[in-house]
Design a protein around this ligand. Structure first.
Ligand SMILES: Nc1ncnc2c1ncn2[C@@H]1O[C@H](COP(=O)(O)OP(=O)(O)OP(=O)(O)O)[C@@H](O)[C@H]1O
Length: 267
């Protein structure tokens, strides 16, 4: 049986005067790598913040590995890591020190900080740059430090919020491939928010499409080996799911709105 790593059970989240999440109901299993796409404002970051326990849902329940992330915040410190669009490094700290800070906050024994940081910086291609400050590194290198900081904690779940979108296409492609390899080889689970449909289709096992206010419009399981025609078909399907319903859809069966899972067999 699959082990659930993230479970949203009919979750809604409202802020004063605004409903950010209407009804999110999904499960992500351990070992899955899932992309989340959706137009700006549809609730992707709010979904992440609920997963991180930064907010409590207004209704419904959120569970991460069976725990409530909002009330059991401490339990999560070593188990979940986040990588943002900007590297969010401390400018007055070296690459090594920035990676160590992640381990410090995660409560990892101080004796482990330096060897782990050195190892992860090397794995991410930054051997020899341990003592560089963020301003001495390129944007891609800074994002590598940020990934090293996340992986060094040895989390079970990694959340990426547009982590590759500020990079040029070639750098993003390389870093994305390394990220996928590290998640897979480490037996971790990953959820990646992206505005790039090509990235969503190339990243992992599944693409969840969100639509405002915060609900799933589609949920597509991918099978490796999709040819160009299949990828084009999926791209069109994702674009259609992202679009708000037109007037003519009102009163019609909410086909796209009913979050559906379809096995795409393209082998
Ligand atoms: N703290 C808050 N207070 C009030 N409204 C909020 C708050 N956080 C988010 N919202 C609103 O909830 C909706 C969803 O926001 P959210 O940031 O989750 O969207 P998103 O899909 O991540 O957007 P983007 O792709 O632009 O980052 C938006 O309308 C936003 O204005």
């Amino acid at each position: 049986m699959n082990q659930a790593v993230i479970e949203f059970d009919h979750v809604a989240k409202s802020f004063p005067g605004h409903q950010a999440i209407a009804d999110l109901d999904f499960t992500i299993n351990a070992g899955e790598l899932v992309s989340v796409v959706g137009v700006t404002g549809c609730g992707k970051s709010t979904m992440f913040n609920l997963t991180l326990g930064l907010f409590a849902p207004t209704t419904g329940t959120v569970r991460v590995q069976g725990h409530d992330p909002h009330t059991e915040f401490d339990w999560f410190r070593r188990r979940v890591a986040v990588v943002f669009q900007d590297a969010r490094l401390l400018p007055w700290r070296t690459a090594m020190q920035n990676v160590c800070i992640g381990m410090k906050f995660a409560g990892i024994d101080k004796r482990e900080w330096e060897p782990r940081a050195r190892d992860w910086l090397a794995r991410l291609g930054l051997a020899g740059r341990e003592n560089s400050y963020p301003h001495q590194l390129s944007g891609g290198q800074r994002q590598r430090v940020s990934l090293a900081r996340a992986f060094a904690v040895d989390p079970e779940l990694i959340l990426c919020d547009e982590s590759f979108s500020a990079l040029d296409e070639i750098t993003a492609k390389n870093l994305r491939a390394e990220f996928v390899e590290l998640v897979r080889s480490g037996g971790k689970s990953g959820v990646v928010i992206t505005h790039n449909i090509t990235e969503a289709l190339s990243l992992g096992d599944r693409v969840m499409v969100m639509r405002a206010p915060g609900h799933l419009a589609d949920d597509i399981r991918l099978t490796p080996g999709a040819d160009r025609a299949e990828l084009d078909r999926l791209r069109q399907r994702i674009l259609r799911a992202m679009e708000p319903p037109t007037d003519s859809d009102v009163g019609q069966p909410a086909q796209a709105d009913a979050a559906r899972t379809e096995e795409i067999t393209t082998a």
